[in-house]
Design a protein around this ligand. Structure first.
Ligand code: SF4
Length: 383
């Protein structure tokens, strides 16, 4: 059984590199009814990944990873090998060097085309299972920053429409029906709900309010996580909480101001001070450990600078959901984070969270609770 430190190291390496998978292996397993494709091509969270489970040292909660699957060896020296008993062998560089073993988390049954919502939409197009039991959905699949030609460099939100893997707008009723189906197979205990930003004063909050209420009518007790841009009108934050959101993500992604302008040109127009106002107000409303911001690594930032900026964020009480930026399949490659430096960042972030009394293990719903895309929680358990 691996120690938590070993799992942190392996998870960080997988998050940075992903896995190479041979098309022959995909075909081989397809014949056996095991579906290992290249993952999502668009939508919420890092793209193109599949979920794997570690031999976890903890009895409480399994440790999972969202690992990119690549069809070329350019981006990774980790290779997905054959399944032996119930785990896949992972090799480093070649088949003489076994790196570890991982269990593939199977897709839920409701992904089959015969599962449809009452208005006839395949359930798979409405919400996907992230990790083991987190349902992820994007309620509005367009974003004003794409329309204005100022999309974030790492974003794939509108690609899912292009690939016809989803629909433009989802209702709370459709999502609630998928929750019911996913719960029947034990695959939903909380949700991540995200959305593209709308070009209105509420930035999409009104859409969230409607969807949250509809979900809560059928599933009053399920914890819901929402993600939204900073709002000028802070009163929406309380309304979102009252409508049923348990946790909130207000994502800055890039902390260095010069890089932020380059990587997130549309969002850059929102001043850092407005992020701070929204984070602080959200902590008042949603409570401690219930407010997070995605932070992406890999954009040539010096580690010292990044940690300095992260301390500012953590000292407010925000959980930094640190994850290496991932290239979007079919688009130009984004920089790769060196996994050894990512481990170091995780350990420093964990120490800072302890220093400022921020605890990701107490988060109630969404990405921080799921933990597939970041190892902050594993690092937190070590320091
Ligand atoms: S952390 Fe989990 S819920 Fe969030 S994007 Fe990653 S896999 Fe999805």
């Amino acid at each position: 059984m691996a120690t938590i430190k070993e799992v942190l190291e392996k998870k960080s390496e997988l998050l940075c590199k992903g896995l190479f998978i041979d098309q022959e292996l995909i075909d081989h397993y397809k014949k056996q009814g095991i579906n290992i494709d290249f993952g999502r091509k668009g939508g919420a969270g890092p793209l193109g990944g599949r979920y794997f489970k570690f031999d976890s040292p903890s009895q409480e909660k399994p440790i999972i990873v969202n690992a990119a699957l690549w069809d070329t060896r350019d981006r990774t020296d980790l290779i997905l090998g054959k399944k032996v008993e119930n785990k896949f062998n992972i090799y480093k560089k070649d088949k003489n060097h076994l790196w570890g073993k991982l269990k593939l988390i199977e897709n839920p049954k409701y992904y089959s085309p015969e599962y449809k919502t009452s208005d006839g939409i395949p359930m798979r197009k409405i919400a996907l299972v992230h990790g083991i039991d987190c349902l992820g959905t994007t309620i509005y699949q367009k974003c004003t920053h794409w329309e204005c030609g100022n999309a974030c460099a790492f974003c794939g939100i509108e690609l899912s429409l292009k690939y016809d893997t989803t629909i433009l707008e989802k209702t709370g009723k459709q999502i609630a029906e998928v929750i019911t189906a996913a719960r029947k197979e034990g695959r939903c205990t909380h949700l991540t709900i995200t959305s593209g930003t709308e070009a209105t004063e509420d930035k999409g909050a009104l859409r969230y309010l409607k969807v949250l209420k509809e979900i809560k009518e059928l599933h009053p007790n399920i914890p819901l996580h929402i993600q939204i841009e900073p709002l000028e009108n802070l009163s929406y934050l309380k309304k979102l909480k009252d409508a049923g959101a348990a946790t909130i993500g207000i994502h800055i992604e890039v902390l260095n101001d010069t890089l932020r302008k380059k990587i997130t040109p549309g969002k850059y127009k929102i001043p850092y001070s407005l992020f701070e106002k929204n984070w602080k107000k959200s902590i008042e409303i949603f409570g401690r450990n219930q407010v997070e911001s995605f932070i992406l690594t890999g954009f040539e930032e010096s580690e010292g600078n990044l940690i300095h900026n992260l301390e500012k964020l953590i000292s407010i009480g925000v959980i930094p959901f640190v994850t290496p930026v991932r290239s979007i399949p079919g688009k130009s490659a984004l920089p790769q984070t060196d996994y050894k430096s990512l481990i170091d960042i995780y350990l420093k972030v964990a120490s800072l969270m302890k220093k400022y009394d921020v605890n990701p293990l107490k988060n109630k719903a969404g990405c921080v609770r799921c933990g597939g895309c970041s190892a902050i929680s594993e690092a937190y358990r070590i320091v």
